[in-house]
Design a protein around this ligand. Structure first.
Ligand code: AVI
Length: 307
């Protein structure tokens, strides 16, 4: 990331919207808490997407050119990658991209052990910025981008369009892109998914303050802040906030800030799309949706697009 935590936190505290980029939620503890969230009964996206992939991977793989090179944004959990590689029957290689070199090495080792003949090209990249692919990838192979988990929903619309456009350029002609999006639905389902009774999402959100204290020598008291998930209809999204329970004075990097009771830090937006709107967004970025699959309750969708 070119912007540092200090820059982003100071900018957020000076601005009345108090918006901190959600990428900062993922330090080591934040990543572990997110992994725990994906196992919660109320957090439906992960298991729903896995269910869709399990049901439809043969059809998806049949629509992808043979011996494609698989490029995964975020080098996610092997729960999704292993079945995809199995279904693709000997892809030309696997390129996991991740911002964390440690996480990337672990993911690459696990995949190499599981598929000994598969060339694996781990690549450190921040896909919220312009990024490149390794120079030594096999040429003349189709490329399949894979971006599961609805992580694209954590980007602003313009940033999502930019990323799709950038991937279109990197993956090239005859490429495909397999991507998960979370669909809009009732707030009765969405709110508990982002404010679970077990309090794991609250801990994930408040951990940001612990990180800021540790890395910037700040003096937030996480107990002064209440986790809140807010649903908005247009554009459909959940926002995570940390709401001040009382008036708070905080010091960050030598600056002092006053927050009033009820004021909040906005720590994440999670867009909920409909397939039509996402198809339009993808088209603006040079991708045509050639297939989509959902679960029985239409909670989540997996889209296959071609360049
Ligand atoms: C990573 N991302 C897709 C998650 C989401 O659902 O937006 C992050 C998350 N935030 C709270 N719970 C999960």
């Amino acid at each position: 990331m070119t912007d540092t935590l200090q820059h982003d936190v100071l900018a957020a505290l000076r601005d009345p919207a108090h918006r901190i980029p959600s990428a900062w939620l993922y330090d080591q503890r934040g990543s572990a808490l997110f992994e725990a969230i994906t196992q919660l009964p109320s957090y439906y996206p992960t298991r729903t997407e896995i269910g869709i992939l399990e049901a439809h991977l043969p059809a998806i793989a049949a629509a992808v050119p043979e011996r494609s090179l698989l490029v995964e944004l975020g080098s996610g959990s092997s729960r999704k990658t292993v079945p995809l590689i199995d279904a693709l029957h000997q892809p030309a290689g696997y390129v996991p991209l991740d911002i964390s070199a440690d996480y990337l090495a672990e993911a690459a080792d696990a995949l190499s052990a599981r598929f000994p003949g598969l060339p694996v090209h781990p690549w450190v990249a921040d896909f919220t910025e312009a990024f490149d692919l390794p120079a030594d990838l096999p040429e003349h192979t189709s490329r399949l981008g894979f971006f599961p988990g609805s992580t694209i929903g954590n980007l602003e619309t313009g940033d999502a369009r930019h990323l799709l456009q950038h991937c279109r350029g990197l993956l090239g002609q005859d490429s495909r892109f397999l991507l998960g999006i979370d669909l809009d639905k009732s707030a009765d389902i969405l709110i508990p998914a982002y404010d679970d009774p077990e309090g794991v999402t609250a801990a994930f959100n408040r951990n940001l303050l612990v990180r800021i204290n540790r890395e910037l020598g700040a003096d937030f008291d996480p107990d002064d802040f209440r986790h809140e998930a807010r649903y908005f209809e247009a554009p459909a999204r959940i926002e995570m906030h940390l709401v001040c329970r009382r008036a708070v004075t905080v010091h960050v990097a030598g600056e002092r800030f006053e927050l009033t009771a009820g004021e909040s830090l906005h720590t994440e937006t999670s867009r909920k799309y409909d397939i039509g709107a996402f198809t339009t967004l993808a088209a603006e970025a040079g991708w045509s949706v050639s297939g989509h699959w959902t679960d029985a309750e239409a909670r989540f969708a997996v889209l296959l697009m071609h360049a």
